[in-house]
Design a protein around this ligand. Structure first.
Ligand code: SF4
Length: 449
């Protein structure tokens, strides 16, 4: 449990030397307790104080990394039950279950390459297959090696200890996750995971046995553990998932302070939904179709965003269609939803255009304007940084209809013959605006394509 300010104060030297930047040790202790300072600022803190504070400030759920390199995935380190209490730290990793039995090497590689190539951009996030869960069969060593070589974090869905050992030995440098079969004696698997230094999933028929099994695995030398929750039906699974998170946060049993692994069979999408909404850290899915993955990615994105940070697009000049220097130039804020509505309507209009996305700290246009983050000066600065003048010969920028008030300031700030045109308030009016306002104007300006 976190220490109180007074408990921390008792661990400090109490010399009030001010080297930490605070007038007294008590003031510094209160800042530490509030998580607003780091103990390193007190150069005289004893090793005992560092150890006590380090243990107390460690997250109740241990972080675990599967895989190596760019696609390695770290889960755990969560600190809350409800997102609005603070934030969820990491979203669940979604692994594709892969049974390579009966596949030729070419067929196997084609499947892996297909999953590797999947990249779907949505609201500033890239959806991809986070890892491959290889089912142990005669072909699994080669399949696990092929998946690892493609950078995928790999989970080994073991059937036997010798089979799992053969796979794990081959790809141990890639830090695979070892998943014993249901009901297996965990001793041998724990010894294997401890020897190779790889993470291990432990399962048990009830929560008390699960916590004990995790503690036993830790005692056997396994550093990184994931829990497979008991739950043959959705009701029991829901209870298990919630109880594990609550038990971990309240530090009821050291064996519960680990991330959760969930294996989802074919057609069990409701189980995946439960896992994503209720704290599963890694979810291995048997289904491979977009009808399963797309809604799950979207669900995950909607739950695992930081409520303190609006979804944002990277500021910049985006091309809608294939615009040229005579194409209209729209400007909007970098609130993801705004961007997607505006870009979708602009695309639907059939008129290729440039869309300047201005950094408004993720706020919508009107909110950003009222907070001083979508002023004429700020938009002009952004357009200069994007070198918009080099992209459009007409030097006309179309601003959102909700902020006509910035047009004068923007025109002054842009200078050099720029014109500001007030666009529609609603994105759905972009197409008629292009047709009825931009079209005739472009003809007058001699810029109509
Ligand atoms: S540096 Fe350490 S000993 Fe000095 S006032 Fe700050 S907390 Fe106290």
């Amino acid at each position: 449990m976190p220490l109180t300010g007074l408990q921390i104060f008792k661990l400090l030297p109490n010399t009030n030397c001010k080297k930490c930047g605070y007038p007294t040790c008590l003031t510094f202790a209160m800042k530490l307790a509030a998580g607003k300072e780091a103990l390193e600022k007190c150069p005289d803190a004893s090793p005992e104080a560092k150890a006590a504070l380090g243990a107390a400030s460690a997250p109740p759920i241990r972080g675990v990394t599967v895989g190596r390199g760019d696609r390695a995935i770290t889960v755990g380190e969560e600190t809350v039950f409800f997102r609005h209490e603070k934030t969820f730290v990491r979203h669940p990793g979604l692994f594709q279950i892969f049974d390579p039995a009966g596949l030729t090497a070419a067929e196997r590689d084609a499947k892996l390459d297909h999953w590797r190539a999947i990249r779907i951009e949505r609201a500033g996030e890239t959806f991809q297959v986070d890892g491959i869960a290889v089912v142990e069969t005669a072909e699994s060593v080669a399949a696990a090696v092929a998946a690892s070589d493609r950078g995928f974090p790999v989970a080994i869905l073991a059937a036997t200890l010798p089979g799992a050992t053969a796979i794990a030995e081959r790809i141990k440098e890639h830090r695979p996750l070892l998943v014993p079969p249901a009901g297996a004696n965990l001793e041998g698997y724990a010894a294997l995971a401890a020897r190779l230094g790889i993470p291990l999933v432990v399962g048990a028929p009830d929560l008390a046995s699960l916590a004990d099994a995790a503690r036993d695995a830790a005692r056997a030398g396994v550093t990184d553990i994931l829990l497979e929750p008991p739950g043959a039906d959705p009701r029991l699974l829901h209870h298990s998932l919630s109880a594990i998170r609550r038990g971990a946060l309240d530090r009821i049993h050291p064996g519960l302070g680990h991330p959760v692994f969930l294996c989802v069979g074919a057609g069990e999408i409701e189980k995946a939904v439960l896992g994503i909404t209720k704290f599963a850290s890694l979810v291995a899915l048997a289904d491979c179709g977009g009808e399963t993955w797309l809604p799950l990615w979207t669900l995950r994105q909607n739950i695992y965003t930081d409520p303190q940070k609006p979804l944002q697009m990277d500021p910049g000049l985006y091309a809608i269609g294939e615009p040229n220097d005579r194409s209209p130039l729209l400007v909007t804020s970098n609130f993801s939803l705004t961007y997607f509505i505006v870009s979708t309507e602009a695309e639907a209009s059939g008129v290729a255009c440039h869309l300047a996305v201005v950094d408004a700290e993720g706020l919508s246009v009107l909110t950003a304007w009222s907070a001083g983050k979508f002023s004429g000066d700020r938009v002009a600065k952004a357009l200069r940084e994007m070198k918009a003048a080099e992209r459009v010969s007409h030097h006309t920028v179309i601003i959102p209809g909700y902020v006509p008030v910035i047009s004068g300031e923007l025109e002054d700030a842009l200078g050099d013959g720029w014109h500001v045109l007030v666009g529609p308030q609603e994105a759905s009016d972009i197409a008629p605006f292009f047709r009825d306002v931009w079209g005739p104007l472009a003809r007058d300006l001699g810029t109509h394509p």
